[in-house]
Write a protein that binds this ligand. Structure first.
Ligand code: B12
Length: 218
């Protein structure tokens, strides 16, 4: 089943990038049948407005799929902000980073975040899992961080470990979460949440954000 129509629909509704990945290898238990992951990105930091827009896009994708008789399950963009909801527990079952690498829209960078070639780590992500047999994009197998260590050297809490990711790796803590979390909590909040984001801005791919895509579209 071709996936271009759904991608174009979500892009018209405000998504910056949409990819479809075969996520079979990353599924366990009762979600095994939902083997396509739709990775949806918007080029904004993760404020509550961004979460709302991502959630709207997920709802549109779900409706599109369900109208065609398929199942769909949205993994919330940011479980912290949806704490009180049962669905917030789902993020532990499926990482957005997995949907992104499976759909070829980026790799897991040394900064522990997804890096997209055109936007770096400046995108916020959400995933919709489905059993629709959508045509899948080619996955990303390797990191393109190379020798760059800027995020490792500049992380103010020393949390970034600097692993070079590749698809066959076991799940691992790329960033020492407690160090990152405690540093963030001492900083000025953005949108009522502790914030830092140096690992986003220092990345050379983030600094060129959008340029490659804009040049291609021109
Ligand atoms: C918990 C959490 C945190 C914690 C822990 C940090 C972390 N890196 O995960 C804290 C509070 C510290 C944090 C901080 C930040 N976070 Co945060 N966070 C999350 C959250 C809610 C869950 C992540 C998680 O624990 N996943 C479970 C673990 C096991 O998996 P994982 O590490 O995410 O990914 C692994 C798999 O994907 C696997 N993998 C990759 N490809 C494949 C393919 C296959 C086949 C398989 C089997 C596996 C596999 O490799 C990864 C590494 O092992 C996600 C939202 C989400 N639902 O994903 C946002 C998220 C990761 N955070 C995000 C952001 C923006 C931030 C901050 C920049 C916020 C800020 N301004 O300070 C910082 C950056 C810190 C950093 N460098 O990581 C964004 C990242 C966007 C991006 N471009 O990658 C996310 C995706 C939210 C979103 N909706 O966009 N965060």
């Amino acid at each position: 089943m071709e996936s271009g129509t759904l991608k174009r629909y979500l892009e018209r509704e405000g998504a910056t990038l949409v990819g479809v990945g075969d996520v079979t290898q990353a599924l366990t238990g009762e979600i095994l049948h939902l083997n396509r992951g739709i990775a949806i990105a918007i080029n904004r930091s993760l404020t509550s407005d961004t979460v709302d827009l991502l959630s709207d896009l997920q709802r549109l994708a779900e409706r599109w799929l369900k109208d065609k008789g398929f199942r769909a399950l949205s993994i919330p963009p940011d479980s912290d902000r949806k704490k009180e909801k049962l669905i917030s527990r789902l993020y532990k079952r499926f990482s957005h980073k997995t949907a992104v690498t499976c759909s070829g829209l980026g790799w897991v960078g040394k900064n522990g975040l997804v890096i997209n070639r055109s936007f770096g780590s400046k995108l916020s992500w959400a995933t919709v899992l489905t059993n629709a047999p959508l045509e899948a994009d080619s996955p990303t197998f390797e990191s393109e961080c190379g020798d760059c260590e800027l995020c490792v050297r500049h992380c103010p809490s020393g949390a970034v470990r600097g692993y070079l990711w590749s698809r066959g790796d076991p799940l691992r803590e790329m960033v020492t979460y407690e160090k990152c979390r405690s540093h963030k909590s001492g900083r000025v909040a953005m949108d009522h949440k502790p914030n830092c984001g140096l690992c986003v801005t220092i990345c050379p791919y983030s600094r060129n954000a959008g340029r490659e895509k804009n040049e291609r579209d021109a």
